[in-house]
Design a protein around this ligand. Structure first.
Ligand SMILES: [Fe+2]
Length: 468
């Protein structure tokens, strides 16, 4: 495969800042050729020029900036904790940790959910030592046995005669706000600020027909990355790196012509056309060749329906094929999905740390969180959310599988080898980048005005929260 390396030198007089685009057809132009048209929410663009100033690297490693982020971002924003399916029954709980913060989210008798600080009011021991699912009739401290009901009311104090100064009415567990959207349980440690749906806007409107609540966790992988939480997610906010980092993706994804959109403080979007040639390909594949090479890993599925007919594109054929194959596999009717929803990479970011893909064949959710008090450590999770069957019961959420830094994601049972290799390429850059922040003499990054606007957006919102 030969590629055109567009390594010219920039010319400041070319265009007004932020107005230049890759000369190849845009995503909006590409989707007009589809047979089943994309929904209205995908036919809009919402880019905004946010400036070209350089951004300092200290924000990725400085301890005092990191600790300010814990107080002002992790202590004050909405963050998803688990899927509703992780805590289906009363008494089920999920422990969620970020930096030094720890919370326990508990399903109540009436089906609602409450969230508490995971720390005993006696001498602070955590009720549960580590992240994840559990179930209990009450929250009992493992050290001295102080016990709270699952609704947070103090229930029992061993040797209560020694604590006449403890008023049970004033010893409820401190609560955090809980919200629900798309089959996810969210929490916000702070009682101030917007409610969840206002915070997420316009995401709930965009996802109105995407039924995130009708998905189940088919695969859950996690890896500790040797970098800052912002470094890690920035690797997934732009497609500019595909040419150098994932050259194997260029026969099938429009990388340089990805669309980038910004929506308020908390949401941004990346929209990449699938089933097309990269604008960098020196010899673009024919529509039939695009189909043939997409299936290179699975020749067994080749059949007549994969022939590109008169007036068809590779996109139309691939979407039709996946609608059938994935519909059969997951026992769900996919006929209502447009070609774009079937095959494109549609990725939303929700501040501070959620990435989600509403598409049917790329149904991932990512989460990025600082581990402990070290600005150079991040827990990165990848979940695949598959459609629940139209009839019958969906499988229980998959258990998280922890992969070591040097281990391939492809080793996780159920993980597609080619996709595992893409994630390996993504995360393999991060240790070197984090070290480069410290090695740099320039000390500041220079971002593309269009392709890297979501990185600038993320950092501008970080700065906004830090100023409050
Ligand atoms: Fe990547």
């Amino acid at each position: 495969m030969s590629v055109v390396r567009p390594h010219g030198l920039p010319n400041a007089n070319d265009t007004a800042y932020g107005e230049a685009r890759c000369p190849a057809p845009s995503v909006q132009e590409i989707i007009t050729g589809d047979k089943f048209p994309a929904p209205a929410v995908l036919t809009q663009t919402n880019y905004q020029y946010l400036g070209s100033e350089e951004i300092g690297f200290e924000r990725y490693y400085d301890q005092s900036i990191f600790e300010a982020e814990i107080d002002k971002i992790w202590g004050k924003t909405w963050q998803w904790v688990c899927r509703e399916d992780h805590i289906p029954e009363p008494g089920d709980h999920y422990v969620y940790e970020v930096a030094h913060l720890s919370f326990i989210v508990v399903r109540q008798e009436d089906g609602s959910v409450k969230g508490f600080v995971n720390s005993c009011l006696h001498r602070a021991t955590k009720f549960r030592k580590s992240e994840g699912c559990g179930s209990a009739a009450a929250l009992r401290c493992p050290y001295h046995g102080w016990t709270w009901s699952n609704d947070g009311a103090l229930k029992a104090v061993p040797n209560a005669w020694d604590f006449p100064h403890v008023d049970p009415d004033k010893f409820n567990l401190p609560e955090v706000r809980i919200g629900h959207w798309g089959g996810f349980v969210f929490l916000n440690p702070s009682s101030d600020g917007p409610d969840l749906l206002e915070y997420l806007a316009p995401l709930p409107d965009h996802f109105a027909t995407w039924d995130m609540d009708k998905r189940y966790v088919d695969l859950h992988m996690e890896k500790e990355l040797p970098c800052n939480w912002k470094t890690a997610q920035e690797a997934f906010l732009e497609s500019y790196h595909v040419l150098e980092t994932h050259p194997q993706l260029m026969t099938g994804v429009g990388d340089a012509n990805v669309q980038y959109d910004l929506y308020g403080d908390h949401v941004s979007r990346f929209y990449a056309a699938g089933g097309v040639n990269s604008p960098h390909l020196a010899k673009p594949l024919s529509e039939q060749e695009l189909i043939d090479q997409m299936l290179v890993g699975d020749r067994s599925v080749l059949d007549d329906s994969l022939t590109v007919g008169e007036g068809e594109t590779a996109r139309i054929v691939m979407a039709r094929f996946l609608r059938k194959v994935m519909g059969d596999k997951f026992k769900v009717d996919l006929s209502r999905f447009s070609d774009s929803e079937m095959i494109d990479t549609i990725e939303y970011h929700v501040f501070p740390n959620m990435v989600l893909f509403p598409g049917v064949s790329l149904p991932m959710v990512y989460r990025f969180r600082p581990i402990g008090m070290d600005p150079n450590r991040t827990l990165f999770e990848i979940l695949f959310l598959r459609p629940k069957p139209d009839v019958g019961i969906a499988p229980e959420p998959a258990e998280p599988v922890r992969v070591r830094e040097e281990e391939s994601y492809a080793t996780v049972p159920g993980m597609d080898a080619a996709m595992g290799a893409v994630y390996d390429q993504d995360t393999d850059n991060l240790r070197a980048q984090q070290q480069g922040f410290r090695a740099s003499r320039k000390g500041r990054q220079t971002l593309g005005n269009y392709q890297e606007v979501r990185i600038r957006h993320l950092n501008q919102i970080v700065d906004k929260y830090l100023k409050n």
